[in-house]
Design a protein around this ligand. Structure first.
Ligand code: TRP
Length: 345
């Protein structure tokens, strides 16, 4: 080939022992909790390893029944990843449903999955407790997730601590498949490892509880101007008077500041808290400036990308093409192992 090669490793040249896979829910506007809890790590991992990141619209459908919203959030997640620096030359970004083999594999896995295990799912029980309808999609959610991971031969799955059980279920599923359909010395699936993303980044929301769409306490990644200011100013603090010393480690504003500030800056602000004479209003102003400048470039890039929906589509199409190329030979082996014959293929 006479073409110039990119300076960084392309997906074709990265070592293949580690295959990173992860899904992102398109069920709401992405917020600081999503960013520090997962997106930031996804962005750094995608440069280091061969990686498949997909927008899990079929998973979102288990709880979101609004066509316009689902379609909107799906494209919004893609735009957000690209705005934050996801480089499509480095790894694959695509929409889950653009690889239809995933649902085919999930169907095969259903037949190996005890319903009693699914009913014990922590995440399933949580969602029911939050008032979601216990439909079959919600119950079977972890099986689709197992298909998501195993269909690309994923070995490393970066997820939040709340997903640990789902990765264990994926490992069980892989083991059960190998045991049922493969010779002992020729297992089809490798058991993937979870990469549990730092709990340091449990990001407090406006009310001090974990930042979460379901609590309505989020700061959006691209909030700006008056809207951002209003949210930051509404962060709950205690009522220690301005001139009294304060414990930075007990304050929500400081917990957010820590995510953005350099070590030096963080120490400086912590000192000010402890010294007294520094109020929560000061801290909020500081935080506001930090959020605003931290995401300034990404906001700008996102504005540009919004003008180029065709480019975003092209990236997703190319990502899906590569993902399918990875999935197809694995699916062929699965069908053969199980005895699903075809008169047309
Ligand atoms: N359940 C994951 C979450 O809520 C999203 C997800 C779907 C996922 N499929 C996946 C994560 C595969 C990792 C791998 O965050």
């Amino acid at each position: 080939m006479s073409q110039a090669q990119p300076a960084t490793a392309s997906p074709e040249t990265k070592e293949k022992d580690t295959i990173v896979v992860s899904g992102i829910q398109p069920s709401g506007t992405l917020h600081l909790g999503n960013y520090f809890g997962a997106i930031r790590q996804h962005i750094s991992l995608h440069r280091e390893h061969e990686a498949y990141f997909f927008i899990v619209n079929y998973h979102a459908l288990t709880s979101l029944h609004d066509a316009e919203a689902l379609a909107h959030y799906t494209m919004d997640v893609a735009t957000t990843y690209l705005a934050l620096g996801f480089d499509p030359e480095e790894a694959h970004l695509f929409i889950q449903s653009d690889v239809p083999e995933v649902t085919e594999l999930a169907w095969i896995f259903y037949n190996l999955t005890p319903v009693s295990h699914l009913e014990k799912g922590v995440s399933y029980k949580d969602k029911i407790a939050q008032g979601l309808s216990p439909n079959a999609g919600l119950l079977n959610y972890p099986v689709l997730q197992a298909a998501d991971i195993l269909i690309y031969g994923g070995t490393l799955v970066p997820v939040g601590a709340d997903q640990k059980q789902h990765i264990e279920m994926t490992r069980d599923t892989a083991g059960r498949f190998n045991h049922t359909f493969c010779d002992d010395d020729a297992p089809l699936f490798t058991l993937p490892e979870p990469l549990i993303l730092d709990d340091v980044s449990v990001v407090p929301g406006l009310d001090g509880r974990k930042m979460s769409k379901s609590y309505g306490n989020t700061i959006g990644l691209f909030d700006e101007g008056k809207d951002l200011k209003k949210k930051v100013m509404s962060i709950v603090t205690d009522s220690t008077p301005l001139d009294e010393p304060k414990d930075p480690e007990a304050d929500n504003v400081f917990a957010l500041i820590k995510l953005f500030a350099s070590d030096e800056k963080r120490e400086e602000i912590a000192e000010a808290y402890r010294a007294g004479g520094y109020g929560y209003g000061h801290a909020k102003k500081e935080l506001l400036g930090m959020i605003d400048s931290y995401f300034a470039e990404a906001r700008e890039r996102r504005r540009e990308l919004k003008q180029r929906p065709d480019y975003v589509r092209d990236v997703l199409r190319e990502g899906a093409r590569n993902a399918r190329a990875q999935a197809e030979p694995i699916m062929d082996r699965v069908r053969e192992a199980v005895g699903i014959v075809s008169a047309t293929r």
